[in-house]
Design a protein around this ligand. Structure first.
Ligand SMILES: Nc1nc2c(ncn2[C@@H]2O[C@H](COP(=O)(O)OP(=O)(O)OP(=O)(O)O)[C@@H](O)[C@H]2O)c(=O)[nH]1
Length: 201
């Protein structure tokens, strides 16, 4: 393989978005890749695919293949194949829907299963989506966010909003994968890419 072929392969990364239906995966992906946001919910059948070139600090160009996986694929035959080979995974839940957080357990299980024979494991980040209330045109109140909401959610009477929390991963036994820290949703993509590259070094 020539140097330039090797270089171009190295700079293409597969990032997979998974999580419950209507958690906002397509919205995240299309805002990131196409700068578009649709208020209308259209269920993803199987998967959608986006390509976006980003430049990381140091003038490093990386092309992200963003695989947006439909929430209905959980338990289906194709999920393993969609996840396989991903260098980065965004586990997406809806902060206004506690069950979508609980169900990440199953999504995380699918990631583990798809990679059980791989030497290299993907970098995983947790994304609490819908911080912004589109109908009111402003961010949601703090009750949806970190610790307070986590406690509420675990008591079964509120929404959970722990966002990229390392402690969540530890507590759930999800391992110590590097988590993208609290930040606006779209910055997850470059942040995850940087983590993937750091892991590869
Ligand atoms: N308020 C608010 N609504 C959002 C946000 N992101 C997505 N939505 C809405 O949530 C609904 C579902 O969004 P999608 O992006 O289609 O959800 P998905 O996770 O791709 O769903 P599946 O295709 O079923 O897996 C849509 O009506 C979006 O407009 C957000 O940040 N804030």
């Amino acid at each position: 393989m020539s140097d330039s072929e090797e270089e171009s392969q190295e700079r293409q990364l597969k990032i997979v978005l998974i999580g419950d239906g209507a958690a906002g995966k397509t919205s995240l992906a299309s805002r990131f890749a196409q700068e578009a946001f649709g208020k209308q919910y259209k269920q993803t059948m199987g998967l959608d695919f986006f390509l976006k070139r980003i430049t990381l600090p140091g003038n490093l160009n990386v092309t992200l293949q963003v695989w947006d996986i439909g929430g209905q694929t959980i338990g289906g035959k194709m999920l393993d194949k969609y996840i396989y080979g991903a260098q980065g995974i965004l586990l997406v839940y809806d902060i206004t829907n506690y069950q979508s957080f609980e169900n990440l357990e199953d999504w995380y299980g699918a990631v583990k299963k798809a990679n059980e024979e791989s030497e290299v494991q993907p970098v995983i980040a947790l994304v609490g989506n819908k911080k912004f209330d589109v109908t009111r045109g402003r961010p949601r109140s703090s009750e949806f966010f970190p610790k307070r909401a986590l406690r509420k959610g675990e008591n079964g009477n509120g929404a959970h909003g722990c966002y990229g929390c390392k402690s969540v991963f530890r507590r759930r036994g999800w391992g110590s994968s590097p988590i993208v820290s609290r930040s606006s949703s779209l910055s997850h993509f470059p942040a995850l890419t940087r983590e993937v590259r750091n892991e590869a070094r």
